[in-house]
Design a protein around this ligand. Sequence first.
Ligand code: ARG
Length: 464
Amino acid sequence: MAGGQKLWGGRFSQPTDAFVEAFSASIAYDSRLWSQDIRGSQVHCRMLARQGIIAPEEAEAIVAGLEQVAGELSRGALPFRDDLEDIHMHVESRLRELIGPVAGKLHTARSRNDQVATDLRLYLREETDHIRAALNRLRGALLDLAEAHQTVVMPGFTHLQIGQPVTFAHHLLAYVAMLERDHGRCTDLRSRLNRLPLGSAALAGTPFPVDRRWVAEQLGFEGLCENSMDAVSDRDFAVELAAAAALIMMHLSRFAEELILWSSPVFAFVELPDAFCTGSSIMPQKKNPDVPELVRGKSGRVYGALFSLLTLMKGLPLAYNRDMQEDKEPIFDAVDTVRACLRAFIDLVPGIRVRRERLAATARQGYSTATDLADYLVGRGVPFREAHGIVGRIVALAVAEGVTLEELSLERLREVDGRIAADVAAVLTVEASVAARRAEGGTAFDTVAKALQAARQRLAEAPA
Ligand code: ARG
């Protein structure tokens, strides 16, 4: 198509270079904004008529024509062409084919700059809500798993060395807490994202008597982008969503890592559902945790999206620059990826089989109640630092004799420190260790049961 025939082609005398057309086209990926584009255009058009900027019949023809274009797009019946650049041009040029030159009135008081910003905000608002809903479903799935395993004890680790016994439910509730904050972050950013750019036109605003507040209300925006230059030129809302997505992936990736470790026969803490694992083409015994591995792996591309967007925006002068077309692929990939990973875990978590005996047996390893013995001495008036040293010597003794703390006789213990008495037996078990940690936020059964209930309550009250 010669430059002169383009929707913007008036001042051009040469056709666009064919490679440049392909190089600059965004239709391959921004076509996914079609329904937001049409909705925004219909509301804009109705506003133009309400304000007497175009005639009511003209608006009717345009709105009906847009409806027809929407139908074609939803059926995949509108062919995409690089020479029409982007979704906005495809919609407008098809509208013109359908209803004639009156289609040209739609773009009154508007620019593609405020149009694309509006489309993207509408689209990402929906995606944010899908992500928030998925976060809540995963919170629910983890709460169910925790509730079903409230009395399962496992080793808690630091440095991946056995530290202290914890309950399995307590461990899962840590992830519930992370996901709850992720949900809160998405709720927060949604409100900043949910502002209307339309009415800002190219950058300076419009001389037409538009009613931006009416348009905002019709499109479900909470308010306006207050400054026309900011409205068309910032993409911080996409950066915020990418950052929230990156944090979600960071959390999912840690959980993925634990599932991978836990399902290894070396740990044998859990068994993952067969439907979420694959075999090896050479080693017949293998059952590989591919789904958690992929979730862990996909965190990389979401972090990448965040950095693409930050780097894309950092050097741009106000207002719109074509660079900003490059915002779409990373943010689309980030939301697709985070949604897919949430979905994978929502489906996988209910199928996790917990090997209670193995977890309990491992919790007894590694002198996991050594801290309890030190705390016991503190109860007898020994300063904690001194108690730490005494227990260190006792652990060394147990290591040398190849026994657990519980297996050391009272005499042996008293040889190290005479303040240890017969009642020490009650603090050296894993059960006692867990039961002792009753302070809010701790791992005692009752404390965890209350935390679980509170987390359920907050989930039930989470804003939709
Ligand atoms: N496809 C463009 C984008 O995504 C739409 C805005 C084009 N505006 C312009 N002045 N060329 O950024």
